[in-house]
Design a protein. Structure first.
Length: 291
């Protein structure tokens, strides 16, 4: 191998080394800042391929995804000066890379430590304004929303991070406190259940009364209609009888007598004591005379 070949190979090696030191890639889940002798010259570099000057420039790359801060359990006092032990966590992400780098020197652990201090301070203030029952049950969601808003007012400006959410995983109470609190909560739930049952019973009584009223109205209407129909039927029957009587009084009287005979002698045990000359036997007598 002659000197010319060695020179070419050495040159190619130097070019490859310089190129590897001059080019860098920022992934989709990352953000970066470009430093020149330790000073930020370009902030929030977007994903893609970028170039830099070796030895002069330095690149700091950070995770841009939502990160989780699992805080250690801490003790706080409520407005009644009762101690509670709170276990919480927070979701956060970097939104201003330059500010994050200058405030934490790019140290994620330091950023989490500062964020945890602010979260504990915020929880301490929120718990100090509420009773034990409120923080255990009723107002926890409101408390977390208020705390998240307050934290973002500080962290975005001072740390360059956004607090996406803060949640309380567990609240432990001393044994001397938890018993009375749970008893009061149970009594409150029982009172609410009784109120709901009372309202339900009242509504059921109203529904039953309305149903009875509707039933009475319908029955009255049905009775009225039936009486009207019965009256119309009786009137038509009377008209038919009157018409028959006008046409043939003798035949009408005969039919009425047959009806009376059928009704009178329908029972086998019936006994009827009448004079043979009674009008009831008029047609019997007339039959015998014809014979």
């Amino acid at each position: 191998m002659n000197a010319k070949t060695l020179f070419i190979l050495a040159t190619l090696a130097i070019v490859a080394i310089v190129a590897s030191k001059s080019l860098y890639v920022v992934n989709e889940t990352q953000r970066a800042v470009l430093l020149k002798f330790g000073e930020v010259v370009e902030s929030d570099l977007q994903p893609g391929l970028h170039a830099k000057v070796p030895l002069m420039h330095q690149v700091k790359i950070f995770d841009a995804r939502v990160l989780t801060l699992d805080s250690r359990a801490a003790k706080f006092l409520t407005v009644e000066k009762k101690a509670v032990e709170v276990d919480s966590f927070a979701k956060w992400r970097i939104v201003d890379v330059s500010r994050f780098y200058t405030s934490t020197n790019g140290d994620e652990i330091r950023a989490q430590r500062l964020l945890e201090q602010r979260i504990n301070e915020g929880l301490r203030n929120e718990f100090a304004q509420r009773s034990l029952q409120e923080v255990v049950s009723g107002e926890r969601a409101v408390l977390m929303t208020n705390l998240t808003e307050q934290l973002n007012g500080f962290t975005k400006e001072s740390l360059g991070v956004e607090v996406v959410d803060v949640r309380v995983k567990k609240i432990d109470l001393p044994n001397t406190v938890s018993g009375p609190i749970f008893s009061r909560m149970a009594a409150e739930r029982q009172r609410e259940a009784q109120e709901h049952r009372a309202k339900g019973g009242e509504q059921a009584a109203i529904i039953r009364a309305d149903a009875e009223r509707q039933k009475t109205i319908l029955e009255a209407q049905a009775y009225k209609e039936s009486e009207l129909l019965r009256g119309e039927g009786d009137a038509k029957a009377a008209a038919i009888y009157a018409s028959a009587y006008d046409k043939d009084p003798e035949f009408y009287a005969f039919v009425r007598s047959l009806t009376a005979y059928r009704s009178t002698f329908s029972g086998k045990q019936d006994v009827l004591v009448l004079s043979p000359e009674s009008e009831f036997f008029e047609y019997f007598n007339s039959t015998n005379k014809k014979k």
